[in-house]
Design a protein around this ligand. Sequence first.
Ligand code: SAM
Length: 222
Amino acid sequence: AAKLYLVPTPIGNLEDITLRALRVLKEVDVILAEDTRTSGVLLKHFEISKPVKSFHIFNEHKVVSDLVARLKAGESMALISDAGTPGISDPGYLIVREAISAGIVIDCLPGPTALIPAVVKSGFPCDRFVFEGFLPHKKGKQSKIEAIKEEERAVIYYESPHRLVKTLEMFVTLLGGERMVSVSRELSKLYEETITGSATEVLAHFQAKPPKGEIVIVVSGK
Ligand code: SAM
């Protein structure tokens, strides 16, 4: 029977694609991609030429039932996102849910995702942790941060570079300047760096040197 494969792709370093990911992408009938142009570059690099259909937050509700019908009819599909693991702050959950209720077998390959290297290299205890995805931009941001004041587990956020300083300022105000924070930038890429220290120290670092690139924040458990 046809399967729906969820295939992680590199978060920067192309060497992070797995052998199984390459095989599955070569074997499926159709690749569903968040951005066909971004994925086109990746697929071309690995010499994979397959029909690619777009699947993103703006069309997923419209196309999902047709895709599931095609899976039921025997077409195998691989869902990829722009980077990392589909479904992690990226489209994926909707088609997985619909495919499961249609009796389709789901195969999610293990592979690149930004949150895991960030929490592991923070040096904070990470036998348990919380992944919060992106913080709200405005409404609700303050209460979301206040809610982790007493949290004992490390908390992981995805953040954009132009909001990082503001977020760190809010950590200092709402969690206290002593709370330990680790910011990882450009994981797996040429300019990868991780800055770890008290919220006050990490804020001072990025105030002096405005951040660029892709960012994961890890806040230590209390
Ligand atoms: N699906 C992806 C995953 O599995 O990690 C996440 C997609 S989300 C739309 C993109 C966010 O992930 C970025 O804004 C950044 O916070 C984080 N991210 C992705 N690649 C990264 C990298 N190489 N270094 C640091 N953070 C990264």
